[in-house]
Design a protein around this ligand. Structure first.
Ligand code: SAH
Length: 251
């Protein structure tokens, strides 16, 4: 068994989960949460992730360590460890914890990889990847989200996670090839440039489908061929751009 090898020490474990949103029912929902964020995170790992058969101890350790509440808008902080996606602004979402864990586990990272993520969003998935790989390059097309994610990752000490602003469906040709690629938005089909930028032996995880029905696809490159495995149904915001959706079919 590989030992958990986490790069960062996040210093939040004594923080209190604050009360209900202003205007919300006093104590509603939030009172169900454990007393602090670290406990909430441990419960998230056990009840939402391990219970759904994600057993990679490194992935579980990263999920138990990265402070998800630092990545969500202040008004959702008390809900950061819920079994659900949450809004992060600009109509986008941070994925449900289980989906983050399942996609990360599918990449089978060993610690030495150069990873590409498409759709940095708030930077949470990038931070998880950063715990488990050598270098992570994450592309976000919405400039405000990119700037916020970059600032947040720097503040939290995720020094090996690098945010680029642009159309991620083109990949990052200047840094290719990548040992692993994670696409965090729903593609109509696997973007060609990303396939080209996957190294021999590399793995890519990408949600593919239409507005209603998507499936997680694992694309593995062997020396000669590509092998695609369908993993499970999922629902993501759309991947837009040159090799994504062009007409915003989801909104
Ligand atoms: N991984 C993120 C969640 C991503 S939500 C997190 O941990 O928070 C999907 C993100 O993909 C959104 O922020 C959206 O703006 C972005 N996106 C959509 N199309 C994109 C493209 N072509 N290139 C880069 N980012 C894109």
């Amino acid at each position: 068994m590989r030992l958990p090898r986490l790069r960062f020490k996040f210093m939040d474990d004594g923080s209190e989960v604050r009360g209900a949103k202003p205007g919300g029912k006093p104590g509603a929902a939030v009172s169900l949460l454990p007393a602090n964020f670290a406990d909430a995170r441990r419960a998230m790992v056990e009840e939402q992730i391990r219970r759904r058969h994600i057993n990679d101890e490194n992935v579980l350790a990263a999920m138990a360590q990265v402070p998800r509440h630092e990545f969500v808008p202040a008004e959702f902080r008390g809900r950061a460890y819920e079994d659900a996606p949450l809004p992060i602004g600009e109509g986008q979402t941070i994925s449900q914890p289980y989906i983050v864990a399942a996609m990360t586990a599918a990449l089978r990272l060993g610690g030495r990889e150069k990873v590409l993520e498409i759709g940095a969003g708030c930077g949470y998935q990038g931070a998880i990847l950063g715990c488990l790989a050598n270098q992570v390059y994450t592309v976000e097309c919405r400039s405000e989200l990119a700037a916020e994610a970059s600032e947040r990752l720097a503040r939290l000490g995720c020094a090996n996670v690098h945010v680029h602003c642009g159309d991620g469906t083109l990949g990052l040709a200047e840094l290719a090839p990548f040992d692993a690629i994670l696409v965090a938005a729903a593609a109509p089909s696997v973007p060609g440039p990303l396939i080209e930028q996957l190294s021999a032996g590399g793995r890519m995880i990408v949600p593919v489908g239409d507005a209603e029905n998507q499936e997680l696809q694992l694309v593995e490159r062997t020396d000669r061929a590509l092998r695609t495995t369908i993993l499970e149904p999922c629902r993501f915001v759309p991947l837009i751009g040159a090799h994504g959706w062009k007409d915003f079919p989801f909104r």
